[in-house]
Ligand binder design. Structure first.
Ligand SMILES: Cc1cc2nc3c(=O)[nH]c(=O)nc-3n(C[C@H](O)[C@H](O)[C@H](O)COP(=O)(O)OP(=O)(O)OC[C@H]3O[C@@H](n4cnc5c(N)ncnc54)[C@H](O)[C@@H]3O)c2cc1C
Length: 423
C-alpha cells in the first residue's frame, strides 16, 4: 500500500444516521463535494423510537462537552433544542446527584444543562443536517459490506428492501453503525483480528425505564435526579425532566439484580435505591406506556489504533469503537468527540497520515472514558479483599472531594466539569 495517498474530496460515505454519523457528516461537509449517509432504519416518522437504537427509549443525558461540539457544528443548537421542547436546567442547582452515599452540594454553577429525550435530540440534529446542501441521508438502506481493493476502501455495498445490491463508490467510509453495527467485524484479514483488539469488562447492568407525566405538584419544578449505584447497593436510577412535562425514569440493577418490568413492582424497586428521592416524586404516578428494558452485559473498547492493516480510508467512530458504562452518560459525547477529531486531524495531502492522526486522537478520548468504566466496574466485583480495600480508598477520596465541594465552589465546579467532559 502506498504511504502517501491524497484524499479524493469527491464523496464521503457515512454508515449510520445516529448522533455520531450525522455529526461526522456535518464536520466533513465543508471539505467534501458530497457526503452520503446510509441508514438502515426508516426515518419517516420522527416520533417513532428507532429499532436499531433500542437504548434511545432510556434516559439519555447530553453532557456539556457534547453539547459544546453540537453548538460548534450547528450554531444556535441549544436554542433549537429549547424551541423543540427541551428544558434548560441550572447546573449544580437543578440537577441533583447522589453518589457514594452522599448528595452533591446545591450551588448555581453558572451553566445550563439541556434535558430532552434522545429522540428529540436526534430529530433536532437531523433537521440541522438536512439544511446542509451537500449532505444526503438515505434511509432504509443497509450497508451490507465494505468494499476493499488492495487494502484500500473503494466503497460500500448497500441493500434495500426488494432491490438488487447496489455498489456506491468512495475512497472514504466513516463507520458510525453503533452497537447494532456489524461492518467492523466483517473486515477480512485484520491483523490483529477484531477479537484481539477488543478489550471488555463485565457490566451486567439492566435498565428498566418508564415515561411518566409529571404530576401537578411537580409541574413547575424543573430538575433531574441521578442516583449512582454503589457496590453495597447495586441499584441506581435517574429521572430526567424532558419535553412535554414528562419524566423519563430509568432504574438500574447490576450483577443479577434487575428492576422489575411490572410497574407496581418497579415502583417498589425505586424505593430500594440508596436514596428515596426518585421514588418520592413518582410514587403516585402511572406510566404513559409499557416499561422498556435494556440489558447491557459488557462494556468494550476496540483498539483500532493497534491494527497494522486497517483498510486505508476506513474510519470507525462512536459505539463502533467503544461502548462504556451508561451510568456516566458519556456515549454520545464520545461519538461527538470522534466527529470533531475527524475534521481536526484532516490531512488532504495524505490519507494514511489522516487515518493515523484520527485514530490516535479518537482512541485518546475513548481510553479516558474506558479507564473510568474499568475502575467503576471493578468495584462491583468486590468478592476479594484487595478490591474491597480499593473501593474503600476510592470512596474515601470521592467523599473527601464532595466534602470540599460543599464549602469550596472551585472544587465543585472542577468536579462538575470533569463529569461533563469539559476541557
Ligand atoms: C442503556 C443505555 C443508556 C445510555 N445512556 C446514555 C446517556 O445518558 N448519555 C449518553 O451520551 N450516552 C448514553 N448511552 C450511549 C449512547 O446511546 C451511544 O453511545 C450513542 O448512541 C452512540 O452513537 P453512535 O452514533 O455511535 O451510534 P448509534 O446512535 O447506535 O447510531 C448508529 C446508527 O447506525 C445505523 N446502522 C447500523 N448498522 C447499519 C448498517 N449496516 N447500514 C446502515 N445503517 C446502520 C443504526 O440504525 C443507527 O441509526 C447509553 C447507552 C445505553 C445502552
Amino acid at each position: 500500500m502506498p504511504n502517501s495517498v491524497e484524499v479524493n474530496p469527491d464523496t464521503c460515505i457515512v454508515i449510520g444516521a445516529g448522533i455520531g454519523g450525522m455529526c461526522a457528516a456535518a464536520a466533513l461537509a465543508a471539505t467534501f463535494t458530497n457526503v452520503v449517509i446510509f441508514e438502515k432504519d426508516s426515518l419517516s416518522d420522527p416520533s417513532a423510537s428507532r429499532k436499531s437504537i433500542a437504548q434511545s427509549q432510556h434516559l439519555h443525558s447530553l453532557l456539556l462537552g457534547g453539547r459544546d461540539i453540537l453548538e460548534s457544528l450547528f450554531p444556535g443548537f441549544t436554542d433549537d433544542l429549547v424551541a423543540a421542547g427541551g428544558n434548560l436546567l441550572k447546573a449544580g442547582l437543578d440537577q441533583k446527584i447522589y453518589e457514594f452515599g452522599a448528595w452533591m452540594p446545591a450551588r448555581d454553577l453558572g451553566m445550563t444543562i439541556s434535558t430532552q429525550s434522545r429522540t428529540l435530540l436526534e430529530n433536532v440534529v437531523r433537521s440541522r443536517v438536512k439544511q446542509i446542501a451537500n449532505i444526503e441521508i438515505v434511509d432504509r438502506a443497509k450497508v451490507s459490506q465494505l468494499c476493499i481493493t488492495d487494502g484500500t476502501v473503494t466503497g460500500v455495498a448497500v441493500t434495500r428492501k426488494d432491490a438488487e445490491v447496489e455498489i456506491h463508490n468512495s475512497s472514504l467510509v466513516i463507520d458510525s453503525a453503533g452497537l447494532s453495527g456489524t461492518i467492523a467485524k466483517q473486515i477480512p484479514g485484520l491483523s490483529p483480528g477484531i477479537d484481539e483488539i477488543t478489550e471488555t469488562v463485565s457490566s451486567k447492568i439492566v435498565y428498566v425505564t418508564a415515561l411518566i407525566k409529571k404530576p401537578e405538584a411537580w409541574r413547575h419544578t424543573k430538575e433531574n435526579v441521578l442516583i449512582v449505584a454503589d457496590p453495597d447497593k447495586t441499584r441506581g436510577g435517574g429521572l430526567l425532566d424532558i419535553e412535554n412535562d414528562t419524566w423519563v425514569v430509568s432504574l438500574n440493577g447490576r450483577n443479577g439484580i434487575e428492576p422489575p418490568t411490572d410497574f407496581k413492582e418497579w415502583l417498589a424497586y425505586a424505593a430500594t435505591l440508596p436514596d428515596k428521592a426518585i421514588w418520592e416524586r413518582i410514587k403516585e404516578c402511572e406510566p404513559l406506556q409499557k416499561l422498556q428494558k435494556f440489558n447491557k452485559p459488557i462494556s468494550f473498547v476496540r483498539r483500532f489504533d493497534k491494527v497494522d492493516n486497517l483498510p486505508l480510508g476506513y474510519f470507525p467512530m462512536g459505539d463502533t469503537v467503544n461502548s462504556v458504562n451508561p451510568t456516566f452518560g458519556q456515549g454520545m459525547a464520545l461519538a461527538l468527540e470522534h466527529a470533531r477529531a475527524l475534521a481536526d486531524s484532516l490531512d488532504l495531502s495524505n490519507k494514511n497520515a489522516w487515518q493515523q492522526a484520527y485514530l490516535k486522537t479518537a482512541l485518546g478520548y475513548s481510553l479516558k472514558a474506558w479507564r473510568q468504566t474499568v475502575a467503576y466496574e471493578s468495584m462491583f466485583n468486590i468478592e476479594d479483599e484487595t478490591k474491597k480495600n480499593k473501593f474503600a480508598a476510592l470512596q474515601a477520596l470521592v467523599l473527601n472531594k464532595h466534602k470540599q465541594a460543599h464549602h469550596d465552589a472551585d472544587v465543585h465546579l472542577q468536579l462538575f466539569k470533569q463529569a461533563q467532559m469539559l476541557g
